[in-house]
Design a protein around this ligand. Structure first.
Ligand code: PGA
Length: 253
């Protein structure tokens, strides 16, 4: 049985004081509850430390929103896997559509990032998803399959076992438009088939595949009810404790 993960991607929001406050409100909302899912917060780099101070010893994990593809060196402005790991991060986002589309990150680069994250013992949350024109052209499945194969092919069994996937249709991110539960479920099952074709059935059945793109308190239960949707990667609605907590409460499998 796969567990659900509910993760908050704070993007470039919340300074270290605001982040600590939000983390402590989320912690308060979870206290004394059997939440039955894993909760991860992805604050911006400068906010990570203060969030870790707040959630230390609790069930909440913390991750980085990005990392660089090299171990160390002259890469001004970049953050390494080792730095995240030493700070106390367990997870890192790789391949978020904003990295792909605003910063031009391609599969070759993402592949290196994912591998270096694994090398340093981080759990990569690998994001895939199609653009609106690709969906309208009937190419969504093809695009997502290629994104998966280009980066995941060649990983060993224990490497892929530490990867989590998030399907985030780009047209649904921050737009208020959500994939219908059945469209999302279809894509999740296609993703599981792709994983199966590369890594076999056992690994594909264990793979956690989250959905992201305008997940809110009002639509979370319906999405998370789909057997192939194992959680939510939440942007906008993760910036307020109240709406994020409602999504967590809705995720009990
Ligand atoms: P959103 O963002 O929930 O604001 O659509 C999701 C994401 O980008 O991970």
């Amino acid at each position: 049985m796969r567990k659900n993960i509910v993760a908050g991607n704070w993007k470039m929001n919340k300074n270290h004081m605001e982040g600590a406050r939000l983390a402590s409100e989320i912690l308060d909302g979870l206290r004394g509850r059997d939440i039955g899912c894993e909760v991860i917060l992805f604050p911006t780099f400068t906010t990570i430390s203060s969030v870790i101070d707040v959630v230390k010893g609790s069930a909440i994990s913390v991750g980085g929103q990005n990392l660089y593809s090299e171990r160390d060196g002259a890469f001004t402005g970049e953050i390494s896997a080792e730095m995240l790991k030493n700070l106390g991060c367990q997870y890192v986002l790789v391949g978020h559509s904003e990295r792909r589309n605003i910063f031009g990150e391609d599969s070759v680069f993402l592949s290196k990032k994912l591998r270096i994250a694994l090398e340093y013992g981080l759990f990569p949350l690998f994001c895939v998803g199609e653009l609106l024109e690709q969906r309208e052209a009937g190419k969504a499945g093809e695009v997502v399959e290629k994104q998966l194969k280009d980066v995941l092919n060649g990983l060993g069994g224990d490497e892929i076992s530490r990867v989590t996937i998030a399907y985030e249709p780009v047209w649904a991110i921050g737009t208020g438009k959500t994939a219908t539960a059945s469209d999302a479920a279809n894509m999740h099952s296609l993703i599981r088939d792709v994983i199966k074709s590369i890594f076999g059935s056992e690994i594909s059945q264990r793979m956690i595949i989250m959905y992201g793109g305008s997940v809110k308190a009002g639509n979370a239960a319906q999405l998370l009810n789909e057997p192939d949707i194992d959680g939510a990667l939440v942007g906008g609605a993760a910036l307020k404790a109240d709406s994020f907590l409602k999504i967590i409460y809705a995720s009990a499998k």
